[in-house]
Design a protein around this ligand. Structure first.
Ligand code: HGY
Ligand code: MN
Ligand code: MN
Ligand code: MN
Length: 415
């Protein structure tokens, strides 16, 4: 016989306190709310999350890839419902990207425990390690490892100084060998649900308080290297220069041009370096990272071909060597129709205004979706701003999203 229980209820003040505590753990001297996965502070944040999980009555562990995993035992169906997101940030990022999903999932656990309501399913909450692209260009490191998609090639990715991702992981206490073998047995997991801020303007424009994600963007990232020749800036005629910086700049503009031609497609360049970094020396070598995003894998492949050709053309014109290295393409990830249906029914029953949408942002849910039926809930972002210090979501909206997450868990437990 089950114990009596009261209706589980989300406590907004606890969400606020959790978000504020994480906002206090940032890298000193860096812009916004910076907590990069390969920096020192992220580890403290993940340890704080682990303690919160333990305090909420969960069994906790940190897996080989640095993912913090908490498990609230159910009454014994042997099946699992998984929730989670990430707590690392981009440089100069905000306070809500990822953290809302982790703090929100913990609040679901607290609300359940407080009410005396026990699920049949185990409820697992994950704070995924390193969701944001690290300085080696790899994102979703923890979730990739969990589904068995982290490879030796990933660990060998290196920066200009030859430092590898494996070295950087070891420095923050993630053993690279353990990360490679951190694949989890997910056969007991019925469903994964991630709550996240929208990071774009759509929900606000629609006047909706909840987003129901239909699919998550595909992504194709690259690193472009240009080798020219250092020469005197005042004496070297323009027509004989081998200016690697100009070839890189032309390629950056090609990214913008190609992405502008598709529907819902995006293209961005960043992390540009010119060497030597001097105004009176023709740039000898240049490097940048870029990415394309879009809802169709076919368009992404087409964009890869066009960008590689554009870079080569920019190089040839200037006798500059060009090397464009593409990371494996991340396919667009449709959410499981059954999960989307359940989330839609829950949000309707709660009387929340909701809109279905496509996610142009990347998420751990896109990785999990390849192994587990997956769904995502969004809450609105003020002015659509994200990956900047201005990122903001009202506490009321966060609480509504967490309430939707809680009731989704209850519905999935019964389903
Ligand atoms: O880059 C992204 O889309 C995500 O915020 N990590
Ligand atoms: Mn992000
Ligand atoms: Mn995120
Ligand atoms: Mn089930």
């Amino acid at each position: 016989m089950s114990r009596p229980f009261t209706q589980p209820t989300v406590v907004a003040d606890r969400l606020d306190a959790g978000l504020r505590a994480l906002a206090g753990l940032v890298e000193p001297g860096r812009p916004g709310w910076t907590r990069t996965a390969l920096g020192e502070v992220d580890r403290d944040a993940r340890e704080l999350v682990r303690r919160w999980m333990a305090d909420a009555g969960m069994e906790t562990r940190v897996d080989g890839a640095g993912n913090v995993v908490g498990r609230l035992r159910g009454t014994g169906s042997g099946r699992t419902i998984m929730l989670g997101s990430h707590t690392d940030t981009v440089v100069g990022g905000g306070r809500f990207d990822g953290t809302v999903g982790v703090v929100g999932a913990l609040e679901v656990v607290r609300a359940l425990r407080e009410s005396g309501r026990r699920l049949e399913h185990d409820l697992v909450v994950v704070d995924f390690f390193d969701e944001e692209p690290n300085e080696f260009g790899l994102s979703c490191v923890g979730s990739r490892a969990m589904v068995g998609e982290l490879t030796r090639e990933h660990l060998e990715m290196h920066d200009e100084e030859g430092r590898t991702l494996a070295d950087a992981l070891a420095r923050v206490g993630v053993d690279p060998g353990a990360a490679l073998t951190a694949r989890a047995d997910l056969s007991d997991v019925d469903v994964f649900v991630e709550l996240h801020i929208e990071q774009g303007p759509y929900l606000e424009q629609q006047g909706a308080s909840i987003g129901l994600v239909e699919s998550i963007t595909g992504i194709s990232r690259f690193r472009a290297l240009f080798s020219g020749r250092a020469d005197h800036a005042g004496t070297t005629p323009m027509d004989v220069r081998r200016d690697a910086g100009c070839a890189a700049a032309g390629t950056v503009l090609a990214v913008e041009r190609i992405a502008g031609e598709g529907a819902l497609t995006k293209g961005t360049s960043g992390a540009v370096t010119f060497t030597p970094a001097a105004v009176n020396v023709v740039t000898a070598t240049a490097e940048f990272r870029g990415e394309f995003r879009g809802p169709e894998a076919e368009w992404l492949r087409h964009a890869q071909d066009r960008l590689t050709a554009a870079a080569q053309e920019e190089g040839e014109r200037r006798q500059v060597g060009v090397d464009v290295e593409w990371l494996p393409l991340q396919e667009p990830a449709p959410m499981a129709p059954g999960v989307l249906g359940t989330l839609t029914g829950v949000v309707d029953a709660l009387g929340l205004s909701a809109s279905r949408l496509f996610s142009g942002a990347e998420h751990d849910a896109a990785v999990l979706a390849r192994s587990v039926p997956t769904g995502m809930l969004f809450v609105p972002s003020r002015d659509g701003r994200s990956h900047c210090p201005e990122e903001w979501t009202d506490l009321d909206d966060i609480a509504a999203g967490v309430t939707a997450l809680l009731h989704s868990v209850l519905a999935l437990d019964e389903g």
